[in-house]
Design a protein. Structure first.
Length: 219
């Protein structure tokens, strides 16, 4: 642990992202009370289909304590939660990805949403997963059209229409032959991830593995 991390832990003791109690072990992502109560996904249950991607992995189901924690992270701007969430995601990726990835990227926010929120929640998790697993993490996509939050749309057809054409590959991007991990916070219909994965395929990615904290429902 760096000196900076020790100082921050003293000033702002890490809390469990789910119950918000101070962690006895500041390096643990979750407290020992919440750990056995979380809706863990294991084996094939942690995998789901996403168009244009090889698969999508998630350590948790989006129910019980999980939605509240994700909401605090995204909408209450509790940036510190990106760190423990990424630890859970990194372990899930290690458990399921058959071979080491060459790049971790994310489904980005629009400029409007980034200004409103102050940070990109998927980027923070992607970069931390990359740090934990020693895999390069960096931007590959940009959001070219501001859209309604997917969480506000119930119908899968509406979610797909909302995501269609909302993203573009960054200029000069070349992913020829690369194995890429695409990060987002929650997968529901898979519309956002499939839209982004299609663009990564067009730029030459050989394999695309999606990684989210949680699955809102199975596809």
């Amino acid at each position: 642990m760096s000196v900076r991390e020790r100082v921050l832990d003293l000033l702002f003791p890490p809390k469990c992202p789910f119950c918000q109690k101070i962690l006895d072990n500041p390096r643990a992502p979750v407290c020992p009370v919440c750990q056995p109560e979380l809706p863990w996904l294991e084996g094939k249950a942690a995998e789901r289909r996403v168009d244009f991607a090889n698969s999508c992995f998630s350590p948790l189901a989006y129910r019980d304590m999980v939605p509240g924690a994700v909401h605090r992270y995204k909408f209450s701007r509790v940036r510190a939660l990106g760190r423990p969430f990424a630890a859970l995601m990194a372990q899930c990726l290690e458990d399921h990805l058959p071979q080491r990835a060459g790049l971790i990227c994310w489904a980005p926010l629009s400029r409007e949403r980034l200004r409103e929120r102050g940070f990109d929640q998927a980027e923070l998790m992607a970069r931390e997963v990359g740090r934990l697993l020693s895999i390069p993490a960096g931007p590959a996509l940009k959001k070219v059209r501001d859209t309604s939050p997917q969480s506000e749309l119930e119908e899968e057809s509406a979610r797909r229409a909302n995501a269609r054409g909302a993203y573009a590959a960054l200029p000069g991007l070349d992913l020829t032959g690369r194995r890429v991990v695409l990060v987002d916070d929650v997968v529901t219909s898979g519309s956002t991830l499939s839209e982004c994965a299609a663009l990564l395929r067009q730029e030459g990615a050989e394999e695309i593995w999606c990684l989210t904290l949680a699955q809102a429902r199975h596809g």
